[in-house]
Design a protein around this ligand. Sequence first.
Ligand code: PLP
Length: 482
Amino acid sequence: MPVSDDMISALIDLNRAGDDGLVAQLTSQLRSLIAAGRLAKGRALPSSRRLASDLGVSRNTVTYAFEQLAAEGYLAASHGRRPVVTVDGGERIKGAGATASRGRAAKPQLSPWAAKLKQTDWPMSYQASLRPLRPGHGDFREFPDEIWARCLRRSAVRAAKRELGPINRIRLCEALAHYLATSRGVRATADQIMILPSAQAALTLIASVLIAPGDEVWVEDPGYPGAAAAFRASGAHVTGMRLDEQGMLRTPGLAAPKLIFMTPSHQHPTGRLMSLARRTEFLRSSKPGKTWIVEDDYDGEFHYDSRPVPALQGLDAHGRVFYVGTFSKAMTSDIRLGYLVVPSALVGTFEIAQRHIGLVASSHIQEALAEFIADGHFLAHLRRLRRLYHARRDHLVEGLARHLGDVLTVEVPSGGIQLVARLKRGRADQAAVKRLVDAGVETRALSSLALGKPRDHGLLLGFAAWRENEISAALRTMASCF
Ligand SMILES: Cc1ncc(COP(=O)(O)O)c(C=O)c1O
């Protein structure tokens, strides 16, 4: 039904506290009224002065909204005249406008993978602001912002004179090859290293290059949901492998898979360390060229109790292992940099795939990071974080024993940034997480990380991102919730 000038303002509902600005809200609501046919073709809208006064907003707000709709082709606006609707609700944007006017939206046809996305709560279920004891984060307040800002500035100045170079910046790849060899025992030349926007991007790239629909992929169960998601997106059949105290177990009798994903230096989420013997066993049973192994060393920088066990990649003499790492734990998560060490036989293919999929990291940031590493800031920052996180882990472990020893059993990880506390009684970890979140403590339910039927029930608690007084306060809240 057409609407009068008075009704237009009555139909518009602006939320002054909303995240979208007033111009965006007004533009969108006028657009919807046109698309729904309520403001018909040829209809003159009220003047910007009148609409602004009716809505109690500035005249500029209305003028900007009119200009936007004119640019989109919904209105004809000329100076000193009231804007006129130029389209019919039914005729414009057959998809959005027309179906909205009938009140029933056509269901978009998603891929089978995307259709399933809503069924998992990963990774969107956290609150927007970081709260204790959210797992998976380092303490970004400790990051040397000033030094990093200087590296970024120098990189930006140099960029103006830089010629187009390789998408994986050589200086950074060389610095990383050296760091990974000395700290993790990774054996790789700089050209085997790809710099990507995240570790998750590395998994997507591997899945895109290697996985065909129906291929078998093994992952840890419970494990990192992003890995199963990446491989499923390429059509893999993903099977969860049980864990024992050394991490992932090979289920006897299963046919060899196309790919095995594992987190041997700190199993995600339990923090267990895979022994040398178990690593060798996985390598021995993975036929070169038939079964690939993806070693995700997402927080391998943080070891507290013993010298780190060398990376599986460095033990492999047959080029079967991909090594994945990220800077989102040791630097900040919004630096958006991860890396992938590719077996040498696949380097050419991966470089082409990287360009095609567009998983390319900014050269500015890569160059800045190369300088940050070369000048010794990265190692100095890691040494500092290791000391801090070690103390925070111990503080959380002691506090859990003191305040919650009768309800939770703690598995002390030898490194990493989070730990698992299992429920001594019952399986209601998701209900416990909800209670804790309502009280201001964020955790993740262990059962929510299970691929199949959950075998373990407990809480995944982050310690690295939180100062000792924050951990103590969270523990008191937890104690009052249980
Ligand atoms: C085991 C594991 N691998 C990979 C990632 C992803 O790291 P990024 O932020 O670089 O994608 C995470 C993130 O929490 C993780 O826990």
